[in-house]
Design a protein around this ligand. Structure first.
Ligand SMILES: C[S@@+](CC[C@H](N)C(=O)[O-])C[C@H]1O[C@@H](n2cnc3c(N)ncnc32)[C@H](O)[C@@H]1O
Length: 347
């Protein structure tokens, strides 16, 4: 039994069946044994590959986005950017390497809950544990979170013949295993469709909305941008595995298996996250990156590759890598299908 499973069992023994968010919170973020605390992280040598970890192209596009926001706000000095759920700081490094026009006035704050990952942040960023710590460095002009919302502890609803119920985690009397049990759903969740097939499970977006609310409180004039696995609930209601686990760059086992040894993430319902605020801009990641100038960056890569392929130096290989990175980042059945939601504030 993993130490985390032991903690989960003790919690159930004192409280009864626990909410799914409590299970995920312990499994991923327990301060002694949680998956992220024990060293789980994104990256090619890590447990899953995010857009930031595919290569520097994603950061190069984000650098252009930073410049667009900076210019739209009248080129503030300092230009204060917060990246939340920053992992080991890969996106920050790629943004800086792309040399955005705003670089000399850029103040970059990274919030990352895992100390093991914060320890890898480059020295030029301010590295913090929580949004609450970030308040004194604001107000922010841009808050960006790539693949954070899907990692916040989430609750789960399941359709039954009596309507939607909440999935909780319990210990089965029959075999002493951790099991899912159903309890009444205590809050009204408007976006859950009545006609979903019995058995369909949908992760709830309440933690994501609460996080967006806190993040937007840090902005006076500027934007909040979240990039994540988000799907229209009607699509999710037709079935599918919206709760996903990852271990060593492969899909992991069932969510309740060996807690603490695998990442547990949720594909969230788009309508749920949109409850954060009115009039957001919604794009697929592929369209967002193209609007940031991805095609021109790739063309540049093709040109350099054509010129230097025969030399085969680092510059040539980096240029060639842009082409394959672009394919991965814009593939609509994968990362390119992620949703980018941005809200603009003018307080
Ligand atoms: C899927 S990883 C994404 C990392 C990075 N953004 C990337 O794109 O490679 C999610 C990260 O969010 C962090 N995290 C989870 N909850 C957090 C919170 N409330 N505040 C800050 N970071 C958090 C996790 O520790 C993890 O490093």
């Amino acid at each position: 039994m993993t130490p985390i499973e032991d903690l989960v069992r003790r919690r159930i023994a004192t409280e009864g069946p626990i909410r799914f968010s409590t299970f995920v919170d312990i499994a991923l973020y327990d301060p002694d044994f949680g998956f992220y605390v024990a060293g789980g992280q994104a990256g090619r040598r890590g447990d899953f590959v995010t857009s930031a970890e595919v290569g520097p192209l994603f950061g190069a596009c984000l650098a252009k986005y930073l410049d667009e926001v900076w210019k739209s706000l009248g080129e503030p000095n300092p230009f204060v950017v917060l990246e939340a759920g920053a992992g080991p700081g890969t996106l920050a490094r790629s943004i800086r390497a792309a040399e955005p026009a705003c670089r000399d006035v850029l103040r970059y704050i990274a919030v990352e809950v895992s100390a093991a990952q914060r320890a890898q942040h480059p020295g030029w960023i301010v590295s913090l544990e929580s949004l609450a710590d970030a308040k004194s460095y604001g107000p922010y002009h841009l808050v960006v979170a790539n693949e954070l919302l899907d990692n916040l502890p989430f609750n789960v609803a399941q359709q039954t013949s009596h309507g939607w119920m909440e999935v909780r985690v319990d210990i089965a009397e029959a075999n002493d295993e951790l099991v899912e049990v159903l309890r009444p759903l205590e809050m009204a969740v408007e976006y859950l469709p009545d006609d979903a097939t019995v058995g369909v499970k949908i992760p709830l977006a309440d933690a994501a909305v609460a996080w967006c609310d806190s993040a937007s409180d840090l902005i006076d004039a500027g934007r909040l941008v979240v990039i994540d696995y988000l799907s229209p609930v009607a699509e999710m209601a037709t079935g599918g595995d919206w709760i996903r686990t990852y271990r060593a760059n492969e899909r992991g086992g069932p969510a309740l298996d060996a807690p603490g040894t695998q990442d547990v993430t949720a594909h969230l319902p788009l309508e749920g996250v949109l409850a954060h605020g009115a009039e957001p801009m919604i794009q697929t990641q592929a369209d967002f990156l193209r609007a940031c100038g991805l095609d021109a960056l790739v063309e540049d890569g093709r040109r350099v590759w054509a010129e230097r392929a025969h030399i085969g130096d680092l510059q040539a290989l980096k240029a060639r890598s842009r082409i394959t990175e672009a394919e991965a980042l814009t593939d609509r059945s994968g990362l390119g299908g992620f949703r980018v939601i941005s809200w603009a504030y003018q307080n």
